[in-house]
Design a protein around this ligand. Structure first.
Ligand SMILES: [Zn+2]
Length: 205
């Protein structure tokens, strides 16, 4: 019996080592507009124009881990070629300390990740974005960004065919390049390999 417990324990330790070795311990964060200056950004959290009413970021630069930044650039290029559309990014990497602040203000797990678990934004692996035309004008997505209502859910169908089509274009294109849509926020997408990256708390500048 003791031998069995010992073997099980050893197996558990080995598995833990194996599973953590897949995590990239010190990932680099890259500023997306440094990689592609044509990408449009509108970082509401660097202004007071967001659901908290507070300035949460000291910079309006948007960072991701390199793999995610590259996938987002591919999304933008595909949209330009196929639909004459482009993306506008609202948020990318978010320091854990900011996540804690958001949670204090809005502790609802449907819309804000509990900092105990961390958000995929804290890993540089999530993006909030919308579609804009080639002049930078936002397409109608049915609600504004960070509208925490049922209307923002991706299975909410009581919207005009035009809005449903815009949402479908965004969701289908993001999926093509490795992103997973969020059920309650049409603007939020997680990168499929987010588990490879740790939660970070490096400040944005
Ligand atoms: Zn988000």
């Amino acid at each position: 019996m003791t031998k069995l417990i010992f073997t099980t324990r050893l197996l558990f330790i080995l598995l833990s080592i194996l599973s953590t070795s897949n995590i990239i311990s010190q990932p680099r964060l890259v500023c997306i507009t440094n990689l592609d200056s044509t990408i449009i950004t509108d970082v509401k959290y660097s202004t007071t124009n967001n659901f908290t009413g507070q300035v949460l970021y000291s910079s309006n630069k948007v960072y991701f881990v390199p793999e995610v930044a590259e996938a987002i650039i591919k999304v933008n290029n595909y949209l330009k070629t196929k639909y004459k559309l482009q993306i506008k990014i609202f948020d990318g990497y978010r320091p854990l300390s900011v996540q804690k602040k958001m949670w204090e203000i809005y502790p609802d797990e449907r819309y804000v990740a509990n900092p105990v678990k961390g958000s995929r934004h804290n890993r540089g692996c999530a993006v909030d974005l919308t579609l804009v035309d080639m002049n930078g004008k936002e397409l109608d997505m049915g609600t504004a960004y960070d509208d925490f209502s049922e209307k923002s859910h991706i299975n909410y169908k009581n919207l005009s065919p035009h809005v449903l089509k815009n949402r479908r274009i965004l969701i289908e294109t993001m999926k093509m390049f490795g992103f997973i849509p969020n059920k309650t926020e049409w603007w939020h997408f997680d990168y499929r390999d987010w588990k490879k990256y740790p939660i970070l708390d490096v400040p944005i500048d």
